[in-house]
Write a protein that binds this ligand. Structure first.
Ligand code: NAP
Length: 434
């Protein structure tokens, strides 16, 4: 009887995810061997600091100071890239691995969002696998779902909560009534936010993931530059309180939709109705919702980051390779991916929540209403809380559906009125019905 050869891995990056992966592989070795009918073995690793005790046994594993050299030369079938960054070492590692005929598994959303199509083409040409389940929504197997489980459908819309840090901060703002900046400090102290939180709170991380999901769902080339991106810094405790009063939750969503004008890709805070499933996804959890013509709506929810969930996704990719499965990276042969055609944000059609700080004096609301009328924005409701003659008070307006371009013109004109004391705050109201 011949004993099947083990699947040999070289792991570049031994940080949160890299060490999480080594631990999972060790703890689940027997289960994985049965599931794959072969062992999965780590033969080589690379990180910056060779001397650091990482709490895992690396004896018998080759160490490479250069991950690029490892990618091209290690005794390995698969290079697992867990370093991070859209360019530089991570990209070089993946390219070297593909050039040497080794499969690549990566958790690097920045890399896949910026260079995914190009890497997929190179992998296809070299006849090797490129897998990246961990790059989108951590432990949620959404890449697999889109590539395999939903293959019989055209997905017309995909959206989700794609950044756990933002969701944690927005949930905590609602529960505590505190402001964004205080909650950001707390998220950093708890390890939910990086020292430089801009990728998370400015929406860039969610946009990386959305660009990847869009390609998988819509069959288009990955187009990060086509994503309209806004973060959560301007969401205030007042907005959260008004949202509650109006029957909404505020969530940072990534949304991609096919339209007659192209693919709409956007990441921004949204008001979502309390009866939508996504409204109740709280804390560091992620969720992704897909609409397919035959399957209907599917909702996926789980942990979007952390050593365990991310390692779980990396291992799913490795198990596929160990079993001999090689699927197109973006669910289609790269020659079939359509060049991305982005719908301009000005063409977005939706309803809006607007919060104004206005000086409490007669005639102000008439001025605001006149601008909205001129720009053909129809008001749905208006709320004013408190009375303080001569002082600024918040006024909240919700609108019926209108074009983004009209809304933008109206807000710019309203902001110029004498009685408006700070720039108007706008949050899009997202209709999540099919
Ligand atoms: N953390 C998560 O929850 C999570 C979730 C989903 C996806 N991801 C993605 O997974 C990847 C890794 O994230 P992480 O959180 O594990 O990062 P991390 O903790 O910062 O670890 C990065 C690792 O890369 C190594 N490294 C950095 N530059 C290197 C270089 N020039 N040569 C060799 N090694 C180098 C570091 O070495 P030293 O240890 O010696 O410094 C470290 O071991 C990223 O693409 C990230 O976006 C992370």
């Amino acid at each position: 009887m011949t004993i099947p050869l083990p699947l040999k891995l070289a792991v570049a990056g031994l940080g949160t995810v890299g060490i999480g992966l080594l631990r999972l592989l060790e703890q689940q070795a027997a289960l994985l061997e049965i599931r794959c009918s072969r062992r999965i073995e780590v033969t080589a690793v690379s990180a910056r600091d060779r001397t650091r005790d990482r709490g895992v046994d690396l004896s018998g594993v080759a160490w490479f100071d250069s991950p690029e050299t490892m990618a091209g030369n290690a005794d390995a079938d698969v290079i697992v890239e867990l370093i991070g960054g859209e360019n530089g070492v991570a990209k070089d590692v993946c390219e070297a691995a593909i050039a040497s005929g080794r499969a690549v598994v990566t958790a690097n959303k920045a890399l896949v969002a910026h260079h995914g199509t190009e890497l997929a083409r190179a992998a296809e040409k070299a006849g090797v696998t490129l897998n990246y389940e961990a790059a989108v929504a951590g432990g949620i197997p959404i890449v697999k779902a889109l590539r395999e489980g939903l293959a019989g459908n055209r997905v017309s819309r995909i959206y989700g909560i794609l950044n756990g840090t933002c969701n944690y901060i927005l949930s905590a703002m609602r529960e505590s009534g505190r402001e964004f900046s205080e909650l950001l400090d707390e998220a950093q102290a708890l390890g939910y936010a990086e020292a430089d939180p801009s990728f998370d709170v400015d929406g860039i991380d969610a946009a990386h993931k959305l660009a990847i999901l869009t390609s998988l769902a819509m069959g288009s080339e990955v187009d990060f530059d086509g994503v309209h991106i806004e973060g959560i810094r301007h969401v205030s405790a007042q907005d959260i309180a008004f949202a509650d009063e109006l029957g909404f939750r505020i969530k940072l969503l990534g949304i991609a939709r096919r339209t007659v004008d192209g693919i709409e890709q956007r990441v921004h805070p949204c008001m979502v109705r309390l009866n939508s499933p996504i409204a109740h996804v709280e804390g560091v959890y992620n969720a992704v919702v897909t609409d397919g013509e035959f399957v209907g709506t599917c909702v996926f929810e789980g942990k979007g980051a952390g050593a365990g969930p991310t390692a779980s996704a990396v291992v799913a990719d490795l198990v596929d390779i160990a079993r001999g499965a090689r699927l197109p990276a973006f669910a289609l042969p790269t020659s079939e991916l359509t060049p991305s055609c982005t719908m301009p944000m000005d063409e977005h059609y939706g309803a809006y929540y607007v919060r104004l700080m206005v000086v409490d004096r007669p005639g102000v609301i008439a001025d605001v209403s006149a601008v909205l009328r001129d720009e053909q924005v129809s008001m749905e409701s208006m709320l004013q809380r408190g009375r303080a003659p001569g002082e600024p008070v918040p006024v909240v307006i919700t609108t019926h559906e209108t074009r983004e371009a009209s809304m933008a013109r109206a807000l710019s004109r309203i902001g110029e009125l004498d009685s408006i004391v700070e720039p108007p705050r706008m949050i899009r109201i997202e209709s999540l019905e099919r």
